[in-house]
Design a protein around this ligand. Structure first.
Ligand code: VGL
Ligand code: ZN
Length: 193
């Protein structure tokens, strides 16, 4: 698979709180850093989204169920948990997209209330490769929005990890994305190894 100048990489929410030791750890979440570091510089355009919540965000619960709408406090703006994972290489030319900043609204997608679509179009991007955390929430929502907005979408499967609660929701998300028109690849398909 060849990366074209009209391709962009979207790295979704690879932040401390979504990795082991964080507030909302995605199983094996840290493992996405290595494949992402391997592929990022092959792209002419890369965007890194981050969950960036105010302290009173509506998804925060004192008794979290770890399902949609009921999460522990996580990725509070400017907190250590909201920082990108230390192992992740974020190139200095990367565009960082913050989302979930409205206390009253959940925002899983990197396109929701952001200028991501405009920025992609301004650069002539036609296809986006999507990866990161978590497969069954923010990766899925971001990729579905990209498809709706008219971008071709490729999911870099080994560079994604799921919350997977209930078990199987990560695979179900891949299935839903396939049915919506997404294609799939592995990080190794994008680099000479
Ligand atoms: C996410 C749960 C809550 C994600 C964000 O990045 O997938 N999941 N907030
Ligand atoms: Zn969140």
């Amino acid at each position: 698979m060849t990366i074209e100048p009209t391709d962009a990489l979207i790295v979704v929410d690879v932040q401390n709180d979504f990795c082991p030791g964080g507030a909302l750890p995605v199983p094996d979440g840290w493992r996405v850093a290595s494949p992402i570091n391997k592929i990022v510089i092959g792209f002419d355009h890369y965007f890194f989204t981050r969950d960036w919540h105010p302290f009173d965000h509506c998804s925060f619960s004192d008794e979290p169920e770890f399902i949609d709408g009921s999460w522990p406090e996580h990725c509070m703006e400017d907190s250590p948990g909201a920082e990108f994972l230390g192992d992740l290489h974020v190139p200095s030319e990367a565009t960082v997209i913050s989302k979930g900043m409205d206390p009253d609204k959940e925002a899983y997608s990197g396109f929701q209330d952001t200028d991501l679509a405009d920025r992609l179009r301004a650069r002539g991007v036609r296809r986006v490769f999507v990866c990161g955390l978590a497969t069954d929430y923010c990766v899925k929502a971001t990729a579905l929005d990209a498809l709706r907005l008219g971008f071709a979408v490729v999911i870099v499967k080994d560079a994604c990890r799921a919350v997977d609660n209930p078990a199987g929701s990560g695979d179900a998300a891949f299935e839903e994305l396939k049915n919506a028109g997404a294609a799939f690849c592995k990080s190794g398909d994008l680099v000479d190894e």
